[in-house]
Design a protein around this ligand. Sequence first.
Ligand code: PEP
Length: 245
Amino acid sequence: MPQLIAGNWKMHCLAADALALARGVAAGAGGITAELLVCPTALHLAAVAQALKGSTVAVGGQDCHYARQGAHTGDIAAPMLRDAGASWVILGHSERRQNHGETDELVREKTLAAVEAGLNPIVCVGETADQRAGGQETEVVGWQLAGSLPKPFTGVVAYEPIWAIGSGKTATDEDVAVMHAFIREELIRQFGDPGQTIRILYGGSVKPANAASLLAVPNVGGALVGGASLNPQEFLAIARAAQAG
Ligand code: PEP
């Protein structure tokens, strides 16, 4: 299976910038064997999806509601993302868990809604700096996996140590190897054989300079990229470092 290189544009870009960024990624995507995905703000998703039509770059949302529709002011339902051209959605990102109080249970409900709407979910897990300092990182990630993933689970998991997101600090290849091996074991324990092939992305200050070694770590199925995904050349350089699979 090819590695997945996903760009999380977060709350960046006005409409014209988002379109330019999307076109820049599509223009340089030729010859890249990794699967490419960009996740703009929901407001720009339809326009970005339209601009990327016919390219090899997929589009995803950054969150969705657990309900199909209803009285949820300001929220966005999974079928709306699908209708706008998304085929993926990021769920349980640490910025949503921390800033919006999202629990594992809520992330699981959202994941179910996403799958029902025909979206591929990317479910994020990861520990804080304090939890790692206390040696609790695998325990925390184990609980998040057990609570956030519905059974069966057909999506992708992203391991994103919170202390590495947007900080310029990257987990060492050894840290990533240990955690991804643990996540693989947990996925097999939870889901049996299908757990062998669920892709596990690494996220946290992935840049062109560190991408090749991170993407070569066993059980790393791609990268979830924040800051570097806002520059098409950097994002493409990371994608070129990906393994053909
Ligand atoms: C992210 O927010 O998912 C992320 C990995 O960000 P960054 O690459 O900027 O650390």
